[in-house]
Design a protein around this ligand. Structure first.
Ligand code: CP
Ligand code: NVA
Length: 307
């Protein structure tokens, strides 16, 4: 059966582990596997801007022996004259997989529904599961086992990144804390899904409004932009509302002494994180950005093996 990655809990804990183990192997030996040799093409579609996702998929698909076809929706029929389902019917006859960065999660679901090739969410308004595979790989490299670690997220708890940390984190058996104003708390249905998954893995998710409480004793400190793509009109309100959730050196000092700092990037220094943190010794953001390549290659290999 064709498998897709539309949200983080599409993978079980065991499947997440398989992909991370494969990512470790592919990082050691970059050209080890060539499932796309031929070459087969993978369509990578962008409705929103991107640097890391665009480059890491293009390079990763080439590493796997394939040919990336980068499509900007501004120059395609998708989103204008053609539905995601019809676009998928055209693409599935010509490409090995479809990767799509878009706004609505519902569009990804329509793209994947009944499609014979894997569909991968390369960021939607709700989730960013590819980033989480890279982040978990990075945390594993620096901390060893994921299960039992405490990860604390600060800022926009309704964002795609916060939702993905909640779902992917509990899938890995981690204790995920989200610190945000009440009006920026993660969506109830995401928390309910995370609680169900946590009951299977021993993880947990806890919501905080006090950032200091959330940081206390954490192994991993993480934040994301306060103004996600598509939220630009809310910029002033967001800067005002989220101002108390900045990751500062003082906040880092409340976490474990060996805590690491991660951020999916791009970052707004001085807003969600101070420069001394993101550019300081506890930050592993450049490893994290590199790991997009290894994690996504592993994901593509794994998805292609399932079908
Ligand atoms: N982290 C991330 O997805 O970066 P891009 O927006 O540059 O792809
Ligand atoms: N939350 C951010 C992530 C960017 C990679 C956004 O959606 O803009």
């Amino acid at each position: 059966m064709t498998r897709h990655l539309l949200r983080d809990d599409d993978l079980t804990q065991a499947e997440q582990n398989e992909i991370l183990d494969l990512a470790v192997a592919l990082k050691k030996d970059r050209w080890k596997l060539k499932p796309l040799e031929g070459p087969q093409t993978v369509a990578v579609i962008f409705d929103k801007s991107s640097t890391r996702t665009r480059v890491s998929f293009a390079v990763g698909i080439a590493d796997l022996g394939g040919s990336p076809l980068i499509i900007s929706t501004a120059n395609s029929q998708l989103g204008g004259k053609e539905t995601p389902a019809d676009t998928a019917r055209v693409l599935e006859r010509q490409v090995a997989a479809i990767v799509w960065r878009t706004y609505a999660q519902a569009g990804l679901e329509q793209m994947a529904d009944g499609t014979r090739v894997p569909v991968v969410n390369a960021l939607s308004d709700d989730f960013h599961p590819c980033q989480l595979l890279a982040d978990l790989l990075t945390i594993k490299e620096h901390k060893g086992e994921l299960a039992g670690l405490t990860l604390a997220f600060f800022g926009d708890g309704m964002s795609n990144m916060a939702h993905s940390y909640v779902l992917a984190g509990v899938t890995a058996g981690m204790h995920v804390r989200v610190a945000s104003p009440e009006s920026y708390a993660p969506r109830d249905d995401v928390i309910a899904d995370a609680d169900r998954r946590a009951a299977e893995t021993g993880g947990s998710v806890t919501l905080y409004t006090d950032p200091n409480e959330a940081a206390a004793g954490a192994d991993v400190i993480v934040t994301d932009t306060w103004v996600s793509m598509g939220k630009e009109e809310e910029k002033l309100a967001r800067l005002r509302d989220l101002g108390g959730y900045k990751v500062t050196q003082e906040l880092m000092a409340l976490a474990r002494e060996d805590a690491i700092f991660i951020h999916c990037l791009p970052a707004d220094r001085g807003y969600e994180v101070d420069a001394e943190v993101i550019d300081g010794p506890q930050s592993v953001v450049w490893d994290e950005a590199e790991n997009r390549l290894h994690a996504q290659k592993a994901l593509l290999v794994w998805l292609l093996r399932q079908s």
